[in-house]
Design a binder for this molecule. Structure first.
Ligand code: NIG
Ligand code: FE
Length: 412
């Protein structure tokens, strides 16, 4: 099966093979070819270039992209899309004056979602989760990371991870799984956090690893949740089983989570709404990707990640949704890209780099997705007719997607 895209107004995000991530001032550049063609062979990008050099052989399918742009699908490196039910009641409570913290302290928040998930069958959880996965695919996401962390018991955490595994098997999109057992201390361990961590380390992590249910390990390193010491304990335990850290840090307070992540060679440190100069220093010359989640800042009305300080210090940055029932009930990467430009003062080039190649790196998929590179998966967004790629973030609250392709196959 071969597909030719011809007359592409602009082919966006062209990168040499082996590009891992883009940092600092280089993020201001988004390499493109105007009036281009692209060939897909067996699901992979096999050729592209100027229309002048467009091949003339027979193709199974030819798509005329006149007036339209073609770019790699969004790479969403941080989601919690496997969850049960919603929390719009808490949303209304917040409108009426309660804080996210007060709601959590009253048994709402993560514990509320955990209770719902524990009572939901694996089949029902799969059905609810696959609807969200299909929704984000239609919004242009072509690779995604999914976390556990709404189970908080051995059974429920493994149930979540098995649902992620089933999604991996049934959908034509790269999915990475992260074990986030240390997302909150469950009610039955309320005064005994150490025992909960011990249970995760002795009982759950070995099963997650031997059943191959996750690639990554996460913890919510935050005041009132898990300390830096707890974080090191969990990351050390994960390391023994080959689980690479990707962790929640600096959402509300900067307590040293970034430094702990760097110490354990975390693939990414995510949230970063509160960032100190020391955090920025700690990330320099490391392979740890900072990840911003602007939809979470929007929904909770908390500060946005200081992207300018991060990028102007020469660091890379990735953008992800954080799709979850409490802080971000949205998996729309188009909104994330717009919001990064509008609220974090990222340029369209920086935001698109952050949402594609850097997002791919933040989930270990930089050799498979995230750029127009020969040999990568043809997971692509074909836009509606637009004047320039700046129109993608500019038209916030909308999206400019005409069609999405996974491994070269049209999805809608
Ligand atoms: O990434 N911050 C920690 N966890 C989730 C939200 C948890 C919830 O409210 O359900 C997040 O924002
Ligand atoms: Fe999260």
């Amino acid at each position: 099966m071969t597909t030719l895209f011809k007359n592409i107004k602009e082919l966006i995000q062209i990168r040499a093979e082996g590009t891992t991530f883009i940092s600092g001032a280089e993020m201001k550049t988004l390499p493109t070819i105007k009036n281009a063609f692209l060939v897909v062979d067996n699901g992979l990008i096999s050729d592209f270039g100027d229309m002048e050099n467009c091949p003339t052989q027979h193709f199974s399918k030819v798509i005329d992209a006149s007036g339209k742009m073609l770019l790699p699908s969004w790479c969403d490196s941080h989601t919690h899309i496997v969850y049960a039910g919603n929390r719009e009641g808490e949303f209304v409570d917040r409108i009426n004056g309660l804080t996210y913290e007060e709601i959590a302290n009253n048994g709402g928040g993560i514990l509320n979602s955990a209770k719902k998930l524990q009572e939901t069958s694996e089949e029902d959880l799969y059905i609810q989760s696959k609807a969200r996965l299909e929704e984000v695919i239609q919004l242009g996401t072509g690779a995604v990371e999914i976390k556990s962390g709404y189970g908080l018991t051995e059974d429920a955490e493994l149930k979540m991870l098995r649902v992620i595994k089933r999604l991996k098997e049934n959908y034509n999109i790269p999915i990475k799984a992260t074990f986030l057992g240390a997302h909150a201390v469950p009610a039955n361990y309320k005064n005994n956090k150490a025992a909960y961590l011990d249970m995760l380390i002795k009982d759950v992590i070995p099963k997650v690893a031997t059943e191959n249910l996750a690639e990554y390990i996460d913890i919510f390193c935050e005041t009132g949740y898990f300390s830096v010491e707890d974080t090191k304990l969990i990351l050390e335990a994960g390391k023994k089983y080959g689980l690479t850290p990707k962790i929640h840090v600096n959402q509300f307070t900067a307590i040293g989570g970034v430094q702990a992540g760097v110490e354990f060679n975390a693939l990414s440190v995510d949230h970063l709404e509160v960032v100190n100069p020391e955090d920025i220093e700690a990330l320099k010359n490391t392979k740890t990707m900072p990840v911003a989640l602007p939809s979470c800042s929007y929904f909770l009305s908390i500060p946005y990640t200081p992207a300018r300080a991060i990028l102007d210090a020469g660091l890379p940055l990735a953008l992800a949704t954080d799709y979850n029932p409490g802080s971000t009930p949205s998996g729309n990467m188009n909104f994330v890209v717009s919001t990064a430009c509008i609220k974090m003062k990222m340029t369209p080039e920086e935001a698109i780099n952050a949402a594609t190649i850097n997002g791919a790196y933040a989930m270990g998929l930089e050799n498979e997705v995230g750029s127009i590179t020969k040999g990568k998966l043809a997971n692509l967004i074909l836009t509606k007719p637009i004047n320039s790629y700046g129109f993608i973030p500019y038209s916030f609250g909308n999206h400019q997607i005409d069609k999405v392709f996974l491994k070269g196959e049209e999805i809608f």
